[in-house]
Design a protein around this ligand. Structure first.
Ligand code: SF4
Length: 520
């Protein structure tokens, strides 16, 4: 799937007082910030628009310093130029750091929206920086509330600035609030998905996860070294052993204060609402989120696809994954059906975020994948995709498989149920109009073979089958009450999410209304 993006990824690292850890860089504990680009590289699937980090250096006049820019992690940290990258890391060496990769579902794509956001202040506990992963569903209410106060101004159209303001408010005045109390107050104000890495000029760090645990957040602690990242793969690749890697429980934060680390609960968690999309598409296949392996989930989705398959299999039948995220599901489906899983579609790995003049979404999809006629010609292709959101890519792929690849038939199998409603928690699909499935069925309607046949027709495939709603919780191996599936069933886990959905439905019925309910 090529046309869906994630909001962001966050990372943090801290070398606590004590013996230099075996994973500390050559320069010693005061240089652990050098690991931030590496952590961010492993979660770059979550955002490639901008990257940055803030470091804490107790012996430097500039106690906190932020470096950030637009571009991929490699571009921002100049990782293709050893001398430049080393000089940059020398300049920003610190004993603690937070990092961020960004994709925008809210706000523009200029450097000013890159994170971490830093707020400078003469008082050390009020001088802080933070990175944010998620999306505030009650952003507009919070924004209006702030702007309604005389002398208050917001310069950017992004929920991160609102968050900056809310944290600053908590730290204002002569009080010296505890970090746990700041988070506790935030949890009463914020609605939606919000994971935060926070660092202040006193060298205090907080790594917090919202009470529903919508987005994943992992940490590792071993002796004197602490690190955190949106996904476990970043911590494992840094060198932490599996037994040291854990999830931040919803409503909890890891706090580092006075050289001590503790896991604290700052808000009770009414229920869990882990985004199911993380397992089926967004997360790195090597990650384990909330004790559930991404790879094994995708493998089980493929087995579910195989179980419901009714197509007559002959020697000309092949399974072709849409690279790369559908590969685990396609391989296990093929294995179960005893059909070869072959790479009939090659993905151009070097396209990245390239801008080529005059190209639209279809052109980009065409340039991104190359069909192989030597694999596809004359074949009945079972094309496995992880989900269909807008269908632009899928249409292009099917025509490419048939025209250039000479495939005889293309049968699309989707390792997910139809996406019928928008996401207000950090995934780039915020209107019903942009979605494929609602053009053929309404929320609550049964998905019949006739509906699937009409959908197949619309994308130029011989047939199309989705997975059932129940198969998702089964494959992740979590109760459906612990996962968010609002984009499948319209049951939003927060009150602002419910309100935005109602507004979106109302908006759809008013002819000529454009834009997103989120922007109203
Ligand atoms: S609405 Fe869908 S994409 Fe958004 S958080 Fe819930 S499950 Fe994930």
């Amino acid at each position: 799937m090529a046309d869906l993006y994630h909001e962001c990824g966050i990372a943090a690292i801290y070398h606590l007082p004590g013996e230099p850890h075996r994973l500390a860089p050559k320069g010693g504990p005061s240089q652990v910030s050098r690991h931030i680009p590496r952590l961010l590289l492993d979660i770059q699937n979550r955002g490639q628009l901008a990257a940055g980090m803030t470091v804490y250096r107790p012996t430097h006049p500039q106690l906190l310093e932020t470096y950030k820019d637009v571009g991929t992690v490699t571009e921002v940290f100049q990782l293709n130029h050893q001398t430049d990258a080393t000089a940059l890391m020398d300049r920003y060496a610190g004993v603690a750091a937070i990092g961020h990769v960004r994709y925008a579902t809210c706000g523009g794509d200029d450097r000013g929206n890159a994170q971490p956001f830093e707020r400078h202040h003469i008082e050390k506990h009020k001088w802080f920086a933070f990175g944010f992963n998620g999306q505030l569903a009650n952003y507009q209410e919070l924004r209006q509330e702030i702007l309604s106060q005389p002398n208050f101004h917001l310069a950017r159209d992004t929920d991160t600035e609102v968050l900056l303001h809310l944290i600053s408010q908590q730290l204002s005045g002569d009080r010296l609030p505890r970090l746990i109390d700041v988070l506790s107050v935030l949890s009463q104000r914020l609605d939606g998905a919000w994971n935060i890495v926070f660092l202040n000029a006193q060298g205090e760090m907080a790594v917090a996860r919202d009470p529903l645990g919508i987005r994943p957040l992992c940490y590792a602690f071993d002796g004197s070294l602490f690190a955190a990242a949106s996904e476990s793969v970043a911590l494992a690749n840094l060198g932490f052993r599996q037994e040291h890697i854990r999830n931040v429980p919803p409503g909890h934060a890891v706090l580092i204060q006075n050289g001590q680390l503790e896991l604290v609960e700052f808000a009770t968690s009414p229920r869990r609402a882990h985004c199911f999309f993380e397992w089926i598409y967004f997360a790195n296949v090597a990650s384990t989120l909330d004790e559930r392996s991404v790879y094994l989930t995708r493998k089980r989705l493929g087995e579910e696809l195989a179980r419901q398959e009714t197509l007559t299999i002959d020697e000309n039948t092949i399974v072709v994954p849409v690279p790369d995220t559908a590969k685990a599901a396609a391989d296990s489906m093929a294995f179960t059906l005893k059909v070869p899983s072959v790479e009939g579609l090659m993905r151009n790995r070097y396209m990245g975020r390239t801008f080529i003049e005059g190209t639209n979404r279809e052109d980009k999809a065409r340039m991104k994948y190359t069909p192989l006629p030597e694999v596809l010609a004359g074949k009945r292709v079972i094309l496995v995709e992880d989900t269909i959101v807008r269908s632009t890519t899928m249409k292009v792929l099917i025509s490419q498989l048939k025209d250039r690849g000479q495939a005889k038939e293309v049968h699309v199998r989707v390792a997910c149920p139809p996406i019928l409603s928008p996401c207000f928690y950090g995934i780039d699909m915020t209107t019903i109009n942009q979605l494929f499935a609602p053009k053929f069925m309404n929320l609550g309607d049964p998905l019949t073979p006739e509906v699937e046949a009409r959908m197949a027709d619309a994308i130029g495939a011989e047939s199309l089958r989705y997975l059932s709603f129940e198969s998702i919780a089964r494959s992740i191996d979590l109760p459906s009450t612990s996962i968010c599936q609002a984009c499948l069933d319209g049951k939003y886990p927060t009150s602002a999410g419910k309100q935005l959905y109602q507004l979106e439905l109302d908006r759809m019925h008013i002819a000529g209304v454009q834009g997103r309910a989120f922007d109203r």
